[in-house]
Structure formats: C-alpha cells, structure tokens
Write a protein of this length. Structure first.
Length: 311
C-alpha cells in the first residue's frame, strides 16, 4: 500500500510517497480501507519540526490524523463492528495511507448521509470543538456566546454545538463569510473587517471563543467581553483582558475529552441533525496533491483540503 510521510523536517517538498505492507488488525482493532483523509494545520507543524523539542526524528514519520473509510477486516475480539461498516477514525499518525488499523475506541460509524469529505474532516476539529465547549468553558443557559472565526473548521462546529444546546450565538468572521454563517444557523453576525461605528455591540458577551489560527484578534475579544466573562483561546497568546473579573482559558487539544467520549457525542448529534464543515478542495491522493495541500496551509484559503484514494 501507499503512505505519505517524511524523513526530514522542512517544507512541503520533504513529503514522500512510501510503499508499506498492509497492516493486520490486533486485539480490539479493525482494518480500514481509507476512502479519504483531511489535511490539518497540526500536520504542517509536525512536518516543520515544531513539536520535535530537539529530539531526533524517528524516520520515516507517516502523516495523518483524520480519515474515513470502510472496514475490510476485524480481529476476532471485535464484536461491535463488522466488515463493510463505514467508519471515521482519529489517530496520531499514518492517516495518509491506503489502509490503517484502528482500535474500536478511536472510530465511529459514518452515517451514510454524511458526505465523505465532511466525514474525513470531522475528527480533529470535532474533538477540539467538543473539548472546548464541554471541558474548558463553563457555560450557563443565560450566557451570550460569541465565536471569533465562526466559519472556520473549529468555529463552525462550535456554532453547531451551541445551537444544538439552544444558545444564542454571535458569529464573527470576515464580511465575505456572512452567508456561510447564516447557513450554519447563526442569526447574529459581526464582520471583524467592517465593525459598526456605534458601540452597542461591545462588552455584551459572557463567553467568547477565539478560534483564529495564532489567536491574533487585534483586541476584538477585549471589546466583546462583558464583566465576569470567559475568553476561551485555542492558541496561547499574551492578550491582557480589561473587562472586570474576566477569565482567559487556553485550550489544550489533548485535554479531558477522550476520542470515544467525543465520538459518542457526534454520533448522537448526527442522528438528530446534519453537519456542516467548509471544504476547500477534494482531489486525488497523489504526492503532488499532498504537497500542494500542505503548501496551502500557509496561504489564504477557506475550508478543508481533502484527498481521496481511488477505488
């Protein structure tokens, strides 16, 4: 089978194509024939060596965290999944492969009504959004919720979780994305590049999620926060809050929520509602396309990059 990975840190051109043996499922594992995988900014940082902490690379490192595919074999110990089931998988590595083995606590069933590109894009963003909402924020029914970056991967899922919990949401994004925000069900929208001249929108929000890559909001969160409010940050930054008794909480992606717990939530959600995640491009899983998808991580884009394997 084919896998994509790297042997040296660097730019997208360090990614290589490798030939590997198809793995065999072990106890409590299934073998998945991968239909599609999504590209995450985290994988770009891995490729650049930002998480190496000076440690030598164990090469080759096979990339990939999020995928969707069909089970083609199961270990005899597995009783709750069977050959033919479509599943979504979250993993630490090797997702950019034609086949993977996965433990049953790292997969969830893909509803056949959920498009393959959206299914492939759910795990990392879905875990981050769930973790932020249920394990880091302390949300009350009366809270006023604002989401900076509401049309991004994590922001859009946070909005859908908020609406699922019957919360009012103020969605904040570039003015070009207002239609997308409304399609998510967000009724109240604020364009960060076209802020109103009056101040009636300021200091009204009791919970603000900042989902922007890098967390640089140019002081917008401070303008939004009411007294005794919470700012939930997905990236550590040096923002100094000025609202009285406001609290800054920084998300750790591998925090309290397990994959199994998170997947149980999204399984329940998908049984009741549809799911939206913006997709930028869907294209074949070739070396050139994987490299180009990684290159796009540092360029202006809107939505996920998804690569698909031919049948």
């Amino acid at each position: 089978m084919k896998s994509f990975g790297f042997t040296n840190y660097g730019g997208p051109d360090v990614i290589q194509e490798f030939e590997r043996d198809i793995p065999t499922p072990k106890t409590n594992q299934v073998l998945i024939k991968v239909a599609a995988f999504a590209i995450n900014p985290y994988e770009g940082y891995l490729r650049q060596g930002q998480f190496s902490n000076g440690q030598p690379l164990t090469a080759p490192f096979y990339l990939g965290s999020d995928l969707v595919g069909q089970i083609v074999a199961v270990d005899p110990s597995v009783t709750d999944y069977q050959v033919g089931d479509w599943v979504i998988n979250h993993r630490a590595k090797s997702g950019y492969s034609q086949y993977v083995t996965a433990s049953t606590n790292k997969i969830m069933r893909r509803p056949l009504t959920l498009p393959v590109p959206i299914a492939a894009s759910l795990p990392t963003t879905g875990i981050a959004a769930y973790n932020a909402w249920y394990h880091f924020a302390n949300i009350k029914p009366t809270d006023q919720i604002a989401i900076i970056g509401v049309t991004g991967g994590v922001g859009s899922l946070l909005a859908q979780i908020a609406l699922y919990n019957h919360q009012q949401v103020l969605g904040i994004a570039n003015h070009r994305h207002e239609k997308v925000a409304h399609e998510l069900g967000v009724q109240n929208f604020l364009a960060y590049d076209q802020l109103p001249s009056d101040t009636s929108w300021q200091h009204q929000q009791t919970v603000v999620f900042n989902t922007l890559l890098g967390g640089h909001d140019h002081g917008l969160a401070n303008q939004l926060l009411a007294p005794k409010s919470q700012l939930i940050c997905f990236n550590d930054n040096d923002i100094q809050l000025t609202a009285p008794a406001a609290e800054k909480i920084t998300i750790h992606y591998r925090g309290a929520a397990t994959d199994h717990e998170t997947f149980e939530f999204w399984t329940k959600y998908l049984a009741e509602r549809s799911l939206q995640i913006a997709i930028d491009q869907v294209r074949p899983a070739t070396l050139a396309n994987v490299r180009d998808a990684h290159a796009s991580l540092t360029k202006p884009h809107f939505g996920k990059q998804v690569l698909t394997w031919a049948d």
